[in-house]
Design a protein around this ligand. Structure first.
Ligand SMILES: *Cc1c(COP(=O)(O)O)cnc(C)c1O
Length: 386
């Protein structure tokens, strides 16, 4: 069979796989346990923590979208990030990006504090710092690109090659892009994982995760650990996520069309100091984004003139955008990294990381673009008269 295009793979997830009744949509299997055919005669599934048909449908679909071999569906995105740690022994080193997702930073640094493994935090665009970290012969190098909230990029192909040269495995958190916009396994990564809570499910009604490996044996090892520690995803969540996944390519098109228009609007708005979006030609990684991504995505951030007071006034004068963390749903969300997603960082650390109090992050949804722009316009106008 020829390799199908991405929209086809997404839409066809689980279609026609019901052997008993011919259900067109993959049924949801809530049963926690499965009978044996007879004494010592196992079927494909025996117990739902270990394996579940609905979860398997989701795992296979995302593995296909990422062009990998084994997919492991986990209960949350953090569970997928945690699963990577099962590859590490006490003396092993994991290299993580300085600007990775706050929950991932907390997870890896706190487990390292307990002595489970060693962690090196590095800016992967700082060639010397990266070389110094790789000289420690890490077992795993974690990449997250684009980063949150400043949309910095890392060259996956380049870092993967340098990491492989020292024998490290490369894991990429691909949550911000989804497999529609970036496929790290095709750029040299060994593992890719997602918070499916975001674009993959896309409807802000499931918290979940997935991890996909290029190598079959590595995937089986991680699936073994997911069952062993009990972090596999629930059947109902998997069902909803398969349903969301079917429109992922279609949603991403509309997210992109709207994001392009929002970026252009923000760049030209007098109340906006600076826009952070890889789609802009003056973004430091614009060329890299064009090379390693299929498009620029619908996450962006910007600085409002007038500091925190202006941000407050902006938020108070929005009708459509919802003030909330998270991202990747059909609805437009707006957030203030300094007091929300990055509140765990000291103010000085925030400033050092380039996160100003005037910084606002948006997840551009798929509402009508005229309404999105009108809402931002009304909020930005009010931000200058506070
Ligand atoms: C949300 C998120 C996670 C964590 O996923 P949960 O589903 O919330 O556990 C990890 N990485 C990135 C980039 C995220 O945005």
């Amino acid at each position: 069979m020829t390799v199908k295009k991405i929209a086809t793979v997404a839409v066809r997830a689980g279609i026609n796989n019901d052997k008993h009744h011919g259900a067109v949509v993959a049924p949801i299997h809530l049963s926690s346990t499965y009978s044996l055919k007879g004494f010592n005669e196992k079927r494909e599934f025996d117990y739902s923590r270990t394996g579940n048909p609905t979860r398997a449908t989701l795992a296979q679909a995302i593995a296909d979208l990422e062009q990998g071999s084994v997919g492991v569906v986990t209960s949350t995105g953090m569970a997928a990030a945690h699963l990577v740690c099962q590859l590490l022994s006490v003396d092993d080193v994991i290299v993580i990006p300085h600007d990775c997702y706050g929950g991932s930073y907390r997870l890896y640094t706190h487990l390292a504090k307990r002595g489970l493994f060693k962690v090196i935090v590095v800016d992967q665009n700082d060639e010397q710092a990266l070389a110094d970290a790789l000289a420690q012969k890490p077992k795993v190098v974690l990449i997250e690109t684009p980063s949150n909230p400043l949309l910095r990029l890392v060259d996956i192909e380049k870092v993967a090659k340098l990491s492989h040269d020292v024998g490290a495995l490369v894991a990429v958190d691909n949550t911000f892009m989804s497999p529609v916009l970036q496929r790290p396994l095709t750029l040299g990564a060994d593992i890719v994982f997602h918070s499916t809570t975001k674009y993959i499910n896309g409807h802000s009604d499931v918290v979940g995760g997935v991890l996909v490996t290029k190598d079959q044996a590595l995937g089986e090892e991680l699936a073994w650990w997911a069952n062993c520690i009990g972090i596999t995803g629930a059947a109902f969540d998997s069902y909803l996520t398969v349903r969301g996944l079917k429109t992922l390519p279609l949603r991403m098109k509309q997210h992109q069309q709207n994001a392009d228009a929002v970026a252009e609007f923000l760049v030209n708005h007098p109340a906006v100091e600076k826009v952070y979006y890889p789609g802009l030609s003056d973004h430091p990684s614009h060329a890299l984004a064009k090379k390693q991504q299929a498009n620029f995505g619908s996450m962006m951030s910007f600085e409002v003139k007038g500091g925190e007071a202006a941000v407050k006034a902006l938020f108070a004068n929005l009708d459509l955008f919802t003030l909330a963390q998270s991202l990747g749903g059909v609805e437009s969300l707006i957030s203030h990294p300094s007091t929300m997603t990055h509140a765990g960082m000291e103010l000085e650390a925030q400033i050092a990381a380039g996160i100003k109090q005037s910084l606002v992050r948006v997840s551009v949804g798929i509402e009508d673009i005229d309404d999105i722009i009108a809402d931002l316009g009304q909020g930005l106008a009010a931000s200058q008269h506070n």
